[in-house]
Write a protein that binds this ligand. Structure first.
Ligand code: HEC
Length: 289
């Protein structure tokens, strides 16, 4: 191996070690977010989802670093496997509820364990590979590397814990108002003045309802359950949207979806366009009890 390549390869390997440490740390944070959402505050599902969407970054980075580090092929395969497991997380969460076997949705947290274990295997392998390059006498170097990896893991934890407040999904932070306790007279004037451009069933209604259903399957069933009848989220219960279909005006629904509510109903006014929110309203209105 030509000598100028050596430091580059070592850097790739050290990078792989550090990024895989961060990945494992993030798995722990992700489990914490889920636990917090189930046991303390359902609003934390937003944090869990935001952080989940970020997981592709360390996984891709590991794949590239394994090539830069000219690491044995198993390290590349591990990042490929992690990517596959990551995609499975979405499939378990979003496709299984509509499948013939909705119970398989529960494999989502089980798969998370597999991801954590695979990440740990990558950390161990990379550690040995880097340590091999440094003879046992170089204790200080190893110590420094261990500390750097640990520090990066801690950094990942704190970044991971903050993702709930990041606005890149645009739909954090419900209004804090109890929607369940609200009535039509609670709807603010600007929303009262709005009209559903898709009507309530006539005209382009069915197409809009179908578009709304697609959005709802991606964004809403996590909390409102696949049948939209609502479910218990820690201390609060999400609304039964099949009841809202009859009990609430289109303006009320538009307000609730846009501004969010207590106990974790997110505000979607930045995350979804006005047209998409009306599509959701039209879809909810089409739900039969
Ligand atoms: C993180 C969990 C969560 C997500 C995701 C979520 N909701 Fe909610 N939703 C709730 C909770 C909890 C309530 C009850 C809030 C309250 O009573 O203040 C609620 C209430 C509502 C209400 C008020 C119903 C009524 O009659 O009072 C509507 C409408 C609604 N959600 C629609 C949606 C739509 C549409 C989506 C997807 C774009 C969505 N929700 C996504 C948790 C969620």
């Amino acid at each position: 191996m030509s000598t100028w390549l050596q430091p580059i390869r070592l850097a790739g390997r050290v990078g792989y070690l550090i990024v895989s440490c961060m990945l494992v740390a993030l798995v722990f944070v992700q489990v914490f977010h889920a636990g917090f959402a189930v046991l303390v505050d359902a609003g934390n599902w937003t944090a869990h989802r935001n952080l989940g969407n970020l997981f592709s970054l360390p996984v891709f980075a590991m794949g590239i670093l394994s090539l830069i580090g000219w690491m044995p092929v198993r390290f590349f395969l591990m990042s490929l496997l992690l990517f596959g497991l990551y995609v499975m997380q979405y499939i378990f969460l979003y496709a299984m509820p509509q499948s013939g076997a909705p119970a398989l949705t529960a494999l989502h947290p089980v798969n998370a364990l597999v991801i954590g274990f695979t990440g740990y295997t990558a950390v161990r392998g990379a550690w040995h590979l880097v340590a091999e390059a440094w003879p046992a006498e170089a204790k200080a170097r190893r110590g420094a590397l261990g500390l750097a990896a640990a520090a990066c893991a801690v950094l990942a934890v704190s970044v991971g814990l903050r993702t709930g407040t990041w606005a890149f999904a645009g739909d954090n932070g419900g209004s804090g108002v109890s929607l369940a306790a609200s009535t039509e007279s609670s709807v603010p004037a600007p929303y009262l003045a709005m009209q559903n451009p898709f009507g309530d069933g006539a005209g382009p209604g069915p197409a809009a309802a179908a578009a709304g259903e697609q959005i709802a399957q991606q964004r809403c069933i996590v909390c409102h359950a696949p049948e939209y009848k609502g479910k218990q989220l820690g201390a609060v219960r999400s609304a039964d949207l099949t009841a809202s279909a009859h009990n609430r005006s289109a303006q009320f629904l538009m307000w609730a979806i846009s501004e969010g509510g207590q106990g974790g109903m997110p505000a979607w006014k930045n995350g979804l366009t006005e047209e998409q929110r009306w599509q959701l309203v039209t879809f909810i209105k089409s739900l039969k009890q």
